[in-house]
Design a binder for this molecule. Structure first.
Ligand SMILES: [Zn+2]
Length: 443
């Protein structure tokens, strides 16, 4: 039995059903679970949280960890989505298992240091023998709760698609490999550290048949579905031209709505599509920095929240964000809604709710995303005594202008960040390897 007591937190934002905010109390963590919340708790290993804000671990609902090796590529810096992809595909085609593994470790470390305890990943290319297994191994090494999705592309350039033929796979093979990784790694149990999803890259990189078959397979296996949808105007135009309908209709026709589905971006959903997502409990991964970086637009998150659409945050891949900092993403989510709809459009607390509880709900994790007795012990401790938060009268709001690096991070009760440093892997060694792999790729 392992036991930790987080002592004397200055403020705890629980994100529980009553949205309780607790001052000066302790949290007892036992065997990966929050066992008790109250004053004067003793026993176990103590973590002093005086002067700290404590939140649930942040939840990232959309990423492409492999892109952590291809940040700020000069030729792709100022291109919109489709041109950006066409610049990067040839570089990604040179990846192999080690590039996938090291980029995942790098991206996961970056996320953990920004307070993230649970992340999804969308891996949709498997060049030169790379497998989803390479990312799952990385998450296990660092100790993060992980929802990898088996992505795919099947329509290459010679069939009128965007990716080069060397990066696409046969659809029969894709479905067989989905079955393989689900059977090998998916854990449906409460407290699971790994849950696998199925995630064709986007409606413009796979066939209608694969979208439909993926939905049938996911329901048969009891796993979730994920893809990119309605990201920008080009995306809508493509859907209207190729499919004769908007993306929401396309998704609905192929079984891609429901409580077990979440779509990334959805910047361009119209009123009808927002209502469809609300009615079907379909989730959204909102990626505000990526949407800004690629000039895609501002997703109508205020309208979606008002309609009770499930929304979580995503940093998206580091090729389209340049950063993978989740607490910074929460700040951007808040700011963008205010740019669009005024200063009352989103509070810091609402942005933090989306970044924690909202993401957990999108990923179907009712055991995560809140600090409450019986929930998993995924907890972020933020030092608010530094210069970034100096002078604040409200730690809950100051976090979105304050530290962008967590002080301590517990995942399933295990402290994987302590005093601002990753404890579970050799980060310096990982970064050295990452640099040499990246240099070889660009040579
Ligand atoms: Zn993406």
């Amino acid at each position: 039995m392992t036991e930790i007591v987080i002592k004397s937190a200055s403020l705890i934002l629980t994100m529980d059903d009553a949205a309780r905010e607790l001052v000066g109390v302790d949290i007892r963590v036992r065997d990966g679970v929050i066992a008790e919340i109250g004053a004067g708790l003793t026993g176990g290993e103590a973590i002093d949280a005086a002067g700290c804000l404590v939140t649930p671990g942040l939840v990232n609902t959309h990423h492409h960890l492999y892109q952590s090796l291809t940040r700020a590529v000069p030729q792709a810096q100022d291109a919109p989505l489709f041109g950006w992809l066409q610049t990067l595909y040839p570089i990604w085609a040179r990846f192999g298992p080690e590039e996938i593994h090291i980029s995942a470790l790098t991206g996961l470390a970056e996320l953990a240091l920004s307070g993230c305890t649970l992340t999804s990943d969308h891996l949709y290319l498997y060049p030169n023998g790379a497998r989803l297994d390479d990312t799952i191994a990385a998450a296990a090494e660092i100790g993060m709760r992980f929802h990898p999705t088996r992505g795919a592309m099947s329509i290459g350039e010679s069939d009128g698609g965007l990716p080069p033929d060397s990066l696409v796979e046969r659809e029969a093979h894709i479905l067989n490999d989905c079955i393989r990784v689900i059977d090998a790694f998916h854990d449906p149990a409460e407290g699971a550290m790994c849950r696998v999803g199925i995630a064709p890259c986007s409606p413009f990189s796979v066939s209608r048949d694969l979208m439909r078959d993926a939905a049938i397979l996911a329901r048969d296996k009891g796993v979730m579905l994920h893809t990119h949808l309605a990201e920008n105007d080009e995306d809508i135009a493509y859907s209207l031209e190729k499919f004769g309908c908007r993306p929401g209709q396309y998704a609905e026709d192929l079984g891609w709505t429901g409580d077990d589905v979440w779509h990334a971006h959805c910047v361009k959903l119209d009123r009808q599509e927002i209502d469809l997502f609300a009615k079907t409990r379909t989730g959204i991964a909102h990626c505000p920095c990526s949407n800004c970086r690629l000039g895609s637009g501002i997703a109508p998150i205020r309208a979606m929240r008002d309609a009770a659409v499930k929304i979580g945050l995503g940093v998206d891949g580091s090729a389209s964000n340049d950063s993978g900092n989740l607490v910074a993403e929460a700040r951007m989510a808040m700011l963008l809604q205010r740019v669009q709809s005024g200063a009352e459009a989103m509070s810091a607390r609402e942005a933090l709710w989306i970044a924690t509880r909202g993401g957990a709900e999108v990923l179907g994790r009712h055991d995560c995303g809140q600090i409450a007795t019986g929930k998993r012990a995924d907890i972020a401790i933020w030092d608010m005594s530094g210069v970034e938060a100096a002078g604040n009268l409200d730690m809950g709001a100051a976090l979105l202008a304050g530290p962008t690096r967590v002080r301590d991070l517990l995942v399933e009760g295990r402290r994987i960040v302590a005093d601002g440093q990753i404890t579970s892997i050799d980060l310096a060694g990982t970064l050295a390897r990452q640099r040499s792999l990246a240099a070889a790729l660009m040579a």
